[in-house]
Write a protein that binds this ligand. Structure first.
Ligand code: ATP
Ligand code: MG
Length: 180
C-alpha cells in the first residue's frame, strides 16, 4: 500500500484546491514557519478518520475549515481526498486504487466516501484497522508528540496511554456522566 496523492480544498490554510502527488521514495515538504506543512499532515490524519480535534491542533471541528483572511472569505466546507495504491490488496477492497474522501460543513454535517461510494466514518476506520496506516496506526507522529511523551507531567503521559489503550472514550463518558 502506497500513498499516491492528497487533494486538499478548504481544509485549514488551503482555500485553493491543492493537489499533492507522492512519488517513489521519500517525500519531504519544506516551507517557512506557518506556511502549512503540519496542516498537510493534519489533512492526512483527518481523512484517515481522526476524531480528536486536539490531535489536529484545533479546539472544535469547525477550526478545520478555512476561516478566511483579510483578502479571502471563509469557506463553507473542508474536503480532503486521499488516493492510495492498493495493488497489493492490503486494504480489504478489490480495487488497485482506493480513494477516501471526507468533507465537513460549517453546520457540523460530514460526508465520507470510499471510491465515490458514500459511507460512514466507521467504514473508513474499519478499512484501515490493522493496516498500520489508520489513525490508530501510530504511523503519523506529530510535531510536539515526542516532547509530550517525554513530558515530566504524568497526567500528559497518562492521556497518551489512555488513547493508545482505547480508554479515552470511557473517561470522556465518565466525565460527562459526572457533570449531569
Ligand atoms: P512550522 O514550521 O512552524 O511547524 P507549519 O508549516 O507546520 O509551521 P502549520 O502549522 O501547518 O505551519 O500552519 C499554520 C498556519 O495555518 C497558521 O498561519 C494558521 O493561521 C493557519 N490555519 C490553521 N487553521 C486555519 C483555518 N481554519 N483557516 C485559515 N488558516 C488556518
Ligand atoms: Mg509544523
Amino acid at each position: 500500500m502506497k500513498l499516491i496523492s492528497l487533494d486538499i480544498h478548504g481544509f485549514k490554510s488551503f482555500p485553493e484546491a491543492t493537489h499533492i502527488q507522492f512519488h517513489e521514495g521519500i517525500t519531504a515538504i519544506v516551507g517557512p514557519n506557518g506556511s502549512g506543512k503540519s496542516n498537510i499532515a493534519d489533512a492526512l490524519l483527518w481523512v484517515l478518520g481522526e476524531q480528536s480535534v486536539k490531535s489536529l491542533r484545533g479546539s472544535k471541528m469547525q477550526d478545520l475549515i478555512f476561516s478566511g483572511t483579510s483578502q479571502r472569505k471563509p469557506l463553507a466546507y473542508a474536503e480532503v481526498v486521499l488516493t492510495l495504491d492498493n495493488s497489493d490488496r492490503e486494504l480489504k477492497l478489490d480495487f488497485s486504487t482506493v480513494e477516501i474522501k471526507r468533507r465537513l460543513y460549517r453546520n457540523g454535517d460530514s460526508e465520507y466516501a470510499i471510491n465515490q461510494q458514500r459511507c460512514r466514518l466507521k467504514d473508513i476506520i474499519d478499512l484501515f484497522l490493522d493496516s498500520g496506516l489508520g489513525k490508530n496506526g501510530y504511523s503519523l507522529v506529530g510535531q510536539g508528540r515526542i516532547d509530550e511523551i517525554l513530558s515530566a507531567r504524568y497526567e500528559d503521559r497518562r492521556l497518551i496511554f489512555d488513547e493508545a489503550a482505547g480508554i479515552s472514550k470511557y473517561r470522556k463518558r465518565k466525565e460527562e456522566a459526572e457533570q449531569k
